[in-house]
Structure formats: C-alpha cells, structure tokens
Design a protein around this ligand. Structure first.
Ligand SMILES: Cc1ncc(COP(=O)(O)O)c(C=O)c1O
Length: 397
C-alpha cells in the first residue's frame, strides 16, 4: 500500500502499516499527543441515546426524544429534491431556512443564525464569548452540552443546585460573578422536563450584567402548553444579551439532518456569523428544514400526539405506582429505587431492553435512580407501560 493514494491505508496482511493507524504518531517511542487548549481534556464526551437492543426482534427507540411521527412528507420530498444538488455548496446564510423561521415565528430574519443542530450554536456562543478562566453557569441537571461547550472554550463550568428537579433562579443569581460570561438555561430542561415561568426567566435576566449572555435553550418549546411559559422571543427582542436557541430535531422530526437556529440581538448575530462555518447548514438540511417549518398542519399533529401520549405515560405509570416527573417536553422521567431494592433503574433498563424498548439512563445527569422515556408511537407507549407494569410486579418485595 502507498500513502497518499485513495483507499484504506492497510497493508497486504490487513494490518495498519507500522502497526499504527494513519494520522497517529508514526515514530515508535514518541507517542505524546500535542496539547489541546485548557479544559478540553476534562471533557467527558457526550453519549447519545442507544439505538440497538441485541436479541430483541422489534426495537422501539425511546432514548433520544426523537419525533415518533417522523418528518413531514413535505420535508422528505424537499430532501429528495436536494439529491440533484449535491455537487453545489449551500447558500451560506441559510436564507431559505431563515425566511421560513421568520414567517412561522414572526421574527426578523436578519437576527436569525442557523446551525448544524442547535448544539453547534451553543458551542459557538461559548467559543465566541468566553476567555480562559471565565465562568459558564447552568443548573444541576441541565443539558450536558453546556459543561462540554464551556470546557471546550477553556471556561469554567459552574453548576447551580435545582429545587424539585427545577431550575432555581435564586441559586443561579448567587453564583453570578464578574467572570460569568454565559448562563445556559434549558427551558424546558432535558432530562427533567421541568420549566421556568417567563416571570422567573425575566427575574434571572434582570440580575445579569450587560456582559453576561443568557442563552435560553428552547429545544422543546413547541410542546409546552402552559400559559406562564414563553420561549424567549420577547426577551431577545428587547435586550442585547439574550439568545434563544431552537431545534428542528424534536417536533419537526429532522434530528438526522442537524438543523438548529438562534434568535439573537443584532450584535450577537454579527459575532456568530463571523465565526460559524461559511456553509454550516447543508442544502438538504436547509430545504427539508424550510419545508418542515412551513407544514404547520403536520407540526400541530405532532404536538397533539405528544400532548395525548405524554399524559398517558405519566398517568399510567403513576397508576402502577411509579413516581413520575412528567414535565412539559416530549419525555417523562421515571423514578426507581436504590439497592438493595430490586426495583432499580438499571434493572428496569435491562428488563425493558429485553423487550426491545430502549430508554435513557440519566446517571450522568446526576440522576442514577431515574430513566428518561421519550413519548413514542401509540404502540411503543402501550408496550412501555405494559413492560414497566410487569417489572413493578416482578420486583415486589
Ligand atoms: C435541551 C436541549 N438542547 C439542545 C439539544 C440539541 O439539539 P440539536 O439536535 O438541535 O443539536 C437537545 C437535544 O437533545 C436538548 O435536549
């Protein structure tokens, strides 16, 4: 085999030349890796939801808060049309997508920045605004991308305790310091599903210095049916230091395509646009995303499905005897017991796995005794409840 030729760099015996993979250190004995920026090696890599249940004949993935209805057929058609454009670079500002967001949500498209998933935007904000040693504040069971984004930007993650699995504004406020550059608030939060009313969010914002950015991560906003909830549009519109991030991975069913957007004050939009990749959202993602956003009937059906089955899961599991944090997103958090009880989260996880029901362990969120269950199809929801009922009786003391 020769270096530099297309094809897999393996020798005739099927091993890697020199016993190492291409791209790794080639000089035996010199194995030290170059040093990344401070913080990076402290990152525990994000682990996504599992998708395989070995041995199960049918598999129901309820581990990643994906939409059980899939994507709008109009989005799928737009994606297929994009197959004819794979040779071309995308339009760099995602204009088609920003126009669709602007129309559907009534926003100024100049203040929308699109990303390769909202994850990219969360990272970008940290990268653009944190200097080494700055602090990034978030809550105890907050979304795990926040500490990762903070560390990747050489900032210090600071965690505020929650009360009853819900963000506590007072606990956040007492942890603000002159070094706090970003406060990340998932509203509603993943994996707890709990939310802060708009008045509480405003109270938090009022306590921030103009140099601190409040990022309202509203990935699950479309599902919320509460009068005292707002995703953050008004706060962004009336301030210079609030950003709202949204995703098309959840209710719009486009997790595979990676589409997110941020509504920003002009100044912040300018900063993110200077630093994002020039073609960060692919053509298929832009076109399918715009079509999904405009198919409001499909979105309404997805929300209605969620409202019905979220209540079903919470109600039925509570009836069995479980303590359930139902939340306002597209998932519930089911609480289990600690050993020596047999009714532990890990035993339940294994039990469900054998029936092809994949849910999410949340020990890495500081919740070792809980499992997060996404709302699925009618069939999956009913199987899930039946399985957890069987597990309850199988583990009776
Ligand atoms: C609270 C929260 N924010 C952001 C995201 C990331 O979404 P995206 O797929 O747009 O990167 C998720 C995904 O699970 C989430 O739960």
């Amino acid at each position: 085999m020769k270096w530099g030729r297309p094809g897999r760099a393996v020798n005739k015996k099927g091993g890697y030349p020199f016993g190492i993979r291409p791209g790794l250190a080639r000089t035996p004995g010199i194995m030290a890796s170059p040093t990344p920026v401070p913080g990076v090696l402290d990152i525990l890599p994000y682990v996504g939801g599992r998708s395989a249940a070995p041995g199960a004949t049918r598999v129901f993935k309820l581990s990643s808060n994906e939409s059980p209805l899939g994507a709008s057929p109009k989005a799928v058609a737009a994606f297929s049309e994009a197959a004819g454009k794979l040779h071309a670079y995308p339009e760099g500002s995602s204009a088609v997508l920003r126009e669709a967001v602007a129309d559907i949500y009534g926003l100024n498209p100049e203040r929308i920045v699109c990303g390769n998933g909202s994850d990219e935007l969360l990272h970008l904000i940290a990268q653009c605004y944190c200097r080494p040693g700055d602090e990034v504040l978030f809550t105890e069971h907050g979304f795990l991308v926040y500490p990762i984004a903070a560390r990747a930007a050489s900032a210090i993650p600071v965690m505020a305790p929650e009360t009853g699995l819900t963000a506590n504004v007072d606990e956040l406020i007492v942890r603000l310091s002159p070094k706090t550059r970003i406060v990340f608030l998932a509203n509603p939060n993943n994996p707890t599903g709990t939310y802060l009313p708009v008045e509480e969010v405003k109270r938090l914002h009022a306590a921030l210095s103009p140099e601190t950015i409040l990022v309202l991560d509203a990935a699950y906003a479309e599902y919320v049916k509460r009068n005292d909830y707002e995703a953050g549009i008004e706060l962004v519109a009336n301030s210079e230091n609030v950003v709202m991030t949204r995703t098309l991975s959840k209710v719009y069913g486009l997790a595979a395509l990676r589409v997110g957007w941020a509504f920003c004050p002009e100044g912040i939009a300018g900063v993110l646009n200077r630093t994002r990749g020039p073609f960060n959202v692919s053509i298929p993602a832009q076109l399918a995303g715009a079509a999904a956003l405009r198919d409001t009937a499909f979105t309404e059906a997805a929300v209605a499905h969620n409202t019905e089955w979220l209540a079903y899961l919470a109600g039925e599991l509570t009836r069995v005897g479980y303590r359930v944090t139902a939340g306002v997103g597209n998932f519930v958090l089911v609480h289990f017991e600690t050993t020596p009880s047999k009714r532990t989260a890990s035993a339940a996880d294994e039990f469900l796995m054998q029936r092809g029901l994949i849910v999410r362990g949340v020990a890495n969120y500081g919740l070792p005794d809980a499992l997060r269950v996404s709302v699925g199809t009618e069939e999956a929801n009913k199987l899930l409840v039946a399985a957890l009922r069987d597990f309850w009786f199988a583990t009776e003391a």
